[in-house]
Design a protein around this ligand. Structure first.
Ligand SMILES: *Cc1c(COP(=O)(O)O)cnc(C)c1O
Length: 405
């Protein structure tokens, strides 16, 4: 065997085993189709995890990648660069924010948000105000601070003492939030739709209650829009549709369409607490990532694209309802825009993985969110023909798992 020959089996020989990738190896993508090493094609309903929102090999993104790639990749934060300034201006024009900090991932964006909140509380109110409120089942990343703030203890246990001053409350529980948010609270961090936790939308009244409790207690409200942001739910940021404006928002995943970039955006007044030297990054805000993200933001903020997200979301819900009519598998279909979760009924409890594996065998890439929820996060511009073909294959996959009905 040629020593350059690699396959899925190579993964087990050379990689840290913290992932368990699918049996096939993708090599090429175009739009919402992906091909593997055997030349088999897949309909992509996953987009990584809600990342490649404009599909694969988008011609305009390729053009920007080549153009900026030939100009300047990296100068470090001892210099600024034109693409990052344009990107910041664009994000601020599209949101409540007035200042931006760029990083390379969602976790890093949240790390910056949490550190900023702690710093603001420390300087405005003193060392005693440091408590961070988060919610059970939430997901905020895998750095040690963000994984500790996240509401899935299985991800933070077994790594030694977790950072102090973090409390977890039940999601969508207004009374619990009112009781727990107090003078000691420095910030509340919440996903407008819990993604990893099972595709659970926040009740708008819950978000309003968080806003009120934060205001009453001089605490900051952080929206983690790493998964919901950049068009995924049908508005550019999900908060726009909730009637609640956060103090700090984090965004990543779709922002670079697969080129790593994340951002924390906030107001001018709060940003001022990150003085020179207070926080930093080597790669964050580099011109290559920023140029690509700038084009992504331009394309996705188009009202026609956002309207298309809502229409495609409805189309997929209709397909899921038809599947359910035939197979009686879902007890709930929920989410927003093109972030959709279908929770399996009691009969199929714990079997989301089986459906996902069967779909892969039939040529569909999709996601799960916990053991009981199938998750769909296709490209925001997926053609109707690919939705249709994808659901034909999913129907076959359901027959494989359940039997013909
Ligand atoms: C994916 C995700 C993160 C972590 O992003 P990374 O880029 O993997 O660090 C944080 N918050 C939410 C809501 C996410 O979905």
């Amino acid at each position: 065997m040629n020593e350059q020959t690699v396959s899925r089996k190579t993964f087990d020989e050379v990689m840290v085993p913290c992932f368990s990738p699918a049996p096939f190896v993708p090599v090429r993508g175009e739009g919402s189709r992906v091909w593997d090493t055997e030349g088999r094609d897949y309909i992509d309903f996953a987009c990584g995890i809600a990342v490649t929102s404009l599909g694969h090999a988008h011609p305009e993104l390729l053009r920007v990648l080549h153009e900026q790639g030939g100009k300047l990749w990296h100068v470090g934060n001892g210099y600024t660069n034109e693409p990052v300034l344009r990107l910041a201006r664009k994000l601020e024009a599209l949101s409540f924010a007035e200042r931006a900090f760029f990083a390379n991932s969602g976790a890093e964006a949240n790390e910056a948000a949490l550190k900023l909140a702690r710093r603001v509380a420390f300087e405005r109110h003193g060392a005693e105000k440091f408590e961070i409120v988060s919610f059970t089942q939430s997901f905020h990343g895998r750095t040690f601070f963000t994984v500790s703030v996240g509401g899935q203890p299985k991800y933070s246990e077994g790594f030694g003492p977790v950072p102090a001053g973090i409390v977890h409350l039940p999601y969508n529980d207004i009374e619990a939030a009112k009781r727990a948010i107090g003078a000691q609270t420095c910030a509340v961090i919440v996903e407008p739709v819990q993604g990893e936790g099972g595709v659970i939308p926040a009740d708008p009244a819950f978000l309003r209650a968080l806003r009120a409790a934060c205001d009453a207690n001089n605490a900051l409200l952080i929206f983690d829009e790493v998964q919901t942001g950049v068009g995924r739910t049908g508005t550019f940021y999900a908060y726009e549709d909730t009637g609640v404006t956060p103090d700090i928002l984090t965004t990543a995943k779709a922002l670079g369409n697969g080129f790593p970039i994340g951002a924390m955006i906030t107001t001018e007044a709060l940003a001022a607490y990150f003085k020179v030297g207070a926080h930093g990054t080597t790669y964050g805000g580099n011109p290559l990532a920023a140029a690509i993200a700038d084009k992504v933001v331009e394309l996705i903020s188009d009202p026609a694209v956002l309207a298309g997200v809502r229409a495609r979301g409805e189309a997929i819900r209709a397909r899921l309802a038809k599947l359910n009519d035939r197979f009686d598998v879902f007890k709930d279909v929920r989410g927003k825009g093109l972030l959709i979760g279908a929770e399996l009924s009691a009969r199929f409890k714990g079997r989301a993985k089986d459906f996902n594996a069967a779909a892969a065998k039939r040529g569909v890439m999709m996601l799960i969110a916990g053991a009981d929820v199938l998750r769909f996060a296709p490209s925001l511009i997926i053609p109707e023909a690919d939705i249709s073909e994808g659901f034909k294959r999913i129907e076959q996959a359901f027959e494989d798992v359940i039997g013909a009905r």
